[in-house]
Design a binder for this molecule. Structure first.
Ligand code: NAP
Length: 322
C-alpha cells in the first residue's frame, strides 16, 4: 500500500512516499481503507519533534517505528475484519481517530473495533467526516467534560478560526452560552457566522482590556497565558489551554488556591464525543470548515501550509477517490 513516512524529525521534506505491506486485521481489529485524512497542527508538531518533551513518547533521537506514518483523523471503508470483531462489517463507512498509534497517512489502517471510531452518517462525505474528528472531540472534551459549559455562561474562544476553535464556537453556542472569540481580521466574519457574538481581531485589539468577564476562556492555539487571561475570568471561571506543560502545574496549584482555575488535559478516549459528532453532522447542525485539500502525493505541501500557523479550520488529504 502507498503511505507517507518520516524517519527523522524536521521540515515537511522529511516526509517521503513509500510502499508498505497492507496490514492484516487480527483479533478484534478492522481493516480500514482510508479515503480521507487531514494534516493537523498537532501532527506537524510531531513531525518537527516539538515540543521537545514530546520526544519522550515519540522517540528521543528519531521517531520510533510505531509513529513514522502520521495521520490522526480518518474516514474510510471497512474492507476486512479480524476473527473476534463483532461491531463492524465489511462495507461499513467509518470515521475516527487513530490516537498515539497514528498511521492514517496510508491507504489502509488496522484498528481495534474498540478504538475511537464510529460509522459515518450516510449523507456526509469522507473529507468532511475526517476533518470533523480531532477538532470537534477536543473542543467537546474541554467545554463539556472540563468546563461543563451551561446555558447563560460566557465563553471566550481564543483561536476561533482554527480547527478546534471553529468547533468550540459552535459547541459553546449550542450549549446556550454567549460566545466571544479571538482571531485575525480576515476571519472575523467567518467566526461570527459560526455563532460568536463579539470577535476580537488580535492584530488590532487586546481582549484582556475589553472589560468583559468570562466563565471560561478556552485558548485553543496556545497564544495566551493564565496570568494574561486572569483579568477577564469570573471569580469561579476557568482557563482552558490545549497546550503548555506549565499549565498542568497551574491546574494542580489552582485546584487548591481558590479563585479562577486552570483546567487542562488531553482528549484521548473519544467515544461519547464521536457519538454526538455523528448526530450533529448527520443532521447538518455542525459546520465543518475546510480550508484546503491536497492529494496524498502532495502532503509535503500541505504540511508547509499548516506549519505557517494560519490555516482556517481544517486541511484535508484525499487518499483514495470516492
Ligand atoms: N489537548 C489536546 O487534547 C489537544 C488536541 C488536539 C490539538 N491540540 C493542540 O491544539 C493546538 C491548536 O490546534 P488547532 O488545530 O485548532 O489549531 P490551528 O487550526 O492550526 O489554528 C490556526 C488558527 O489559529 C489562529 N491564530 C493564530 N494566532 C492567533 C492568535 N494570536 N490569536 C488568535 N488566533 C490565532 C489563526 O488565525 P489567523 O490566520 O487569523 O492568525 C488560524 O486560523 C495545537 O497546538 C495542538 O497541538 C491539543
Amino acid at each position: 500500500m502507498r503511505a507517507v513516512m518520516f524517519k527523522a524529525y524536521g521540515p515537511p521534506e522529511v516526509l517521503t512516499q513509500v510502499d508498505l505491506p497492507t496490514p492484516v486485521p487480527r483479533g478484534d481489529q478492522v481493516l480500514i481503507r482510508v479515503r480521507a485524512t487531514t494534516v493537523t497542527s498537532a501532527e506537524c508538531g510531531m513531525r518537527r519533534g516539538e515540543p521537545r518533551w514530546g520526544r519522550l513518547i515519540l522517540g528521543p533521537l528519531r521517531p520510533r517505528p510505531g509513529v513514522r506514518v502520521l495521520g490522526l483523523e480518518f474516514a474510510g471503508d471497512v474492507t476486512a475484519v479480524g476473527p473476534a470483531a463483532r461491531r463492524y462489517a465489511v462495507g461499513d463507512r467509518v470515521f475516527g481517530f487513530t490516537g498515539f498509534g497514528v498511521g492514517a497517512n496510508a491507504e489502509y489502517k488496522c484498528l481495534s473495533e474498540r478504538a475511537s471510531l464510529i460509522t459515518m452518517p450516510p449523507n456526509v462525505g469522507y473529507p468532511e467526516a475526517a476533518a470533523s474528528v480531532d477538532g470537534f472531540t477536543t473542543a467537546w472534551y474541554f467545554l463539556r467534560e472540563l468546563a461543563r459549559v451551561r446555558p447563560g455562561q460566557r465563553v471566550l474562544v481564543i483561536g476561533g478560526s482554527g480547527s478546534i476553535g471553529t468547533y468550540a464556537v459552535q459547541l459553546a453556542r449550542q450549549a446556550g452560552a454567549t460566545v466571544h472569540a479571538v482571531c485575525g481580521g480576515r476571519n472575523v466574519k467567518l467566526v461570527e457566522s459560526l455563532g460568536a457574538e463579539r470577535v476580537f481581531d488580535y492584530t488590532a485589539e487586546d481582549f484582556t482590556t475589553s472589560g468583559e468577564r468570562y466563565d471560561a476562556v478556552f485558548d485553543t492555539v496556545g497564544r495566551s497565558s493564565f496570568a494574561r487571561c486572569r483579568p477577564v475570568l469570573a471569580p469561579r471561571g476557568c482557563y482552558l489551554p490545549t497546550t503548555g506543560l506549565v499549565n498542568n502545574v497551574l491546574a494542580l496549584r489552582t485546584a487548591v488556591t481558590g479563585g479562577p482555575r486552570v483546567r487542562t488535559g488531553m482528549s484521548v478516549r473519544k467515544h461519547a464525543a464521536l457519538a454526538e459528532l455523528r448526530e450533529l453532522i448527520g443532521q447538518g447542525r455542525l459546520r465543518v470548515v475546510i480550508d484546503r485539500s491536497y492529494p496524498l502525493a502532495e502532503i509535503v505541501e500541505a504540511h508547509r501550509y499548516v506549519d505557517g500557523g494560519h490555516k482556517v479550520g481544517n486541511v484535508t488529504i484525499t487518499v483514495a477517490e470516492d
